[in-house]
Design a protein around this ligand. Structure first.
Ligand code: ATP
Length: 221
């Protein structure tokens, strides 16, 4: 498993932090979780390896928790932006390899980025976009947003594509959708040529806009 043997820290055990800590712990990786609220800490104490009640803006308490030994720390504090920023600064100063932080607003996210956070998460916005996209283009397996409008999607090959070559489908010219790879069982055809035929069960890795993909899905040429 990816990240097996790594140590994760989760600071802030609201709904988001709780589920991150619980899911990681259930996958049997080491998790150090902390929150200033005793009740929140009690809720995760059964799952995670180490759980602490502490104010994470307090550098001394943070060091004592052992979170310094974590490879990745997830800061899941949205409401108290000041606390989130202070904690991120301390984590960067302590030399944590990877810091991931939840942002409550775009401005909060911008500040976190400027502070050198490796990954800023907007859980509600991202889930909402993902849900809307899945309603527009049908169920997709994975989405990696790149830029404002474009995403890389992993989709099941539509039925009308079966046994047609990429050249015949002509997706790039007709829909501005590029097929980057075809996953077929265990194999992965990267940069497929125009002669490649789509088979039932294929998973396509495509680059395009949601708008164009939904157009493609609706028209089923
Ligand atoms: P969610 O939407 O995920 O439930 P939220 O962003 O609304 O969370 P917040 O109220 O911002 O939740 O805080 C998340 C958690 O972080 C809370 O449980 C809170 O007790 C904790 N927290 C806030 N400040 C600190 C701090 N300085 N040190 C440790 N924990 C803190």
């Amino acid at each position: 498993m990816k990240n097996k043997g790594k140590i994760f820290g989760v600071i802030g055990l609201g709904r988001f932090g709780f589920h991150v800590a619980k899911t990681l712990a259930q996958a049997r990786v080491e998790v150090i979780a902390c929150d200033s609220d005793e009740e929140k800490v009690r809720r995760v104490a059964d799952f995670v390896s180490h759980a602490f009640v502490l104010d994470a803006t307090d550098e001394k308490a943070l060091k004592e928790s052992g979170i310094v030994s974590a490879d990745t720390v997830i800061v899941s504090i949205g409401e108290n932006i000041e606390a989130s920023i202070l904690i991120v600064v301390q984590l960067k100063e302590l030399g944590i390899k990877e810091v991931i932080a939840k942002a409550a607003t775009p401005m909060h996210g911008k500040i976190l980025e400027k502070l050198g956070v490796d990954r800023v998460i907007y859980p509600e916005r991202d889930m909402a976009i993902r849900l809307a996209h899945s309603l527009l283009i049908g169920e997709f397996i994975e989405e990696i947003p790149i830029g404002e409008k474009h995403s890389i999607f992993e989709i099941k090959a539509f039925e009308f594509m079966h046994r047609k070559t990429l050249k015949e489908l002509d997706l790039r010219r007709r829909y501005d959708v590029s097929v980057l790879a075809i996953k077929r069982g265990e194999s992965m055809l990267v940069n497929p040529s125009g002669e490649e035929q789509i088979m039932p069960g294929d998973i396509l890795v495509v680059l395009g806009t949601t708008e164009k993909l939904s157009e493609l899905y609706e028209k089923k040429p």
